[in-house]
Design a protein around this ligand. Structure first.
Ligand code: IPD
Ligand code: CA
Ligand code: CA
Length: 272
């Protein structure tokens, strides 16, 4: 892998140190749009740290991040390097001092995801991938599961910001429950993608995510042999948020995989 991937991993580890030190003090919790959509002073602090440090690693790179009003893909982002950052993915878990919460750094080249680094500080798990170079967990090559849906457990996100999205997700989870070995929820989208990439689970679906929630994990998953699309089976545009359906190698092409489009059509799009 390219030297800069290792430097990005170091930056993610330093971000993890800031996150690990946070508990015991005041977290500075604020609510954002929708229900249970929080930001803490640590989300902001980690994003500020990363924008400074990553700028040193890739001079001239542009930035898109969940916090600090940097959350839109701009026309200039189509060219050169663009970092897409979620300083803490799983903030609600973080607030409750519960694993998983991760630092996620995606790197786009000419508008396309090119590399991803996801670090889980509590368990000291470092996931990384570069396009064409494979995916790794703590330096060891990882592959998604070759098992079918019936051989796997699945993950869903609970869309904490929207009760109507939650209700539809539960309907989809009900269908999966009868076709796989069980449905789980972790509270971190990027971690879910890494769990799929590393073969621990068969896949993950969630109705609405920001670009920063899957920018890094999608490269890690694809480099591990998995597949990621929207609910209609279309490739992601990587120009903004989306619903996602991520599956391992064995489930891509499994005819027992439910059609996800009707679930997206069922959602009224309400936030809150
Ligand atoms: C959230 C997590 C969660 C998902 C939410 C995301 P945040 O990100 O990824 O798993 O269900 O939709 O917003 O707010 O903790 O960065
Ligand atoms: Ca997130
Ligand atoms: Ca976040």
């Amino acid at each position: 892998m390219d030297r800069i991937i290792y430097e990005i991993e170091d930056a993610a580890r330093q971000a993890g140190e800031i996150i690990r030190m946070a508990h015991g003090g005041e977290l500075g919790i604020e609510n954002k749009e929708g229900k249970a959509n929080f930001v803490t002073k640590y989300d902001r602090k980690v994003q500020e740290f990363l924008t400074r440090r990553l700028q040193e690693i890739v001079p001239g790179a542009r930035f898109l991040g969940e916090e600090n009003g940097m959350d839109r893909f701009l026309p200039g982002d189509e060219e050169g390097y663009l970092f897409v950052i979620d300083p803490i993915d799983g903030t609600t878990n973080f607030i409750h001092n519960m694993h998983p919460h991760v630092t996620s750094i995606g790197l786009f080249r000419d508008g396309k995801p090119w590399a991803g680094v996801v670090y889980a500080p509590v368990t000291d798990q470092m996931f990384s991938a570069q396009r064409g170079e494979g995916a790794y967990e703590n330096g060891k090559r990882i592959h998604s599961s070759t098992g079918k849906l019936s051989d796997n457990i699945m993950l869903t996100g609970t869309s904490g910001f929207s009760m109507s999205a939650f209700a539809v997700s539960q309907k989809a989870a009900y269908e999966f429950q009868s076709r796989c070995q069980g449905v789980r929820s972790t509270g971190s989208a990027e971690y879910n993608l890494c769990m799929t990439a590393s073969g621990r689970v068969g896949g993950y679906f969630e109705m609405k995510l920001g670009l920063w929630d899957f920018a890094a994990g999608s490269v890690i998953l694809e480099e591990a042999g998995g597949k990621i699309t929207d609910y209609y089976g279309n490739p992601l545009t990587y120009r903004g948020g989306s619903g996602i359906v991520a599956v391992c190698e064995g489930i891509a092409g499994d005819e027992n995989m439910p059609d996800m489009a009707p679930y997206m059509d069922m959602w009224d799009g309400r936030i809150g």
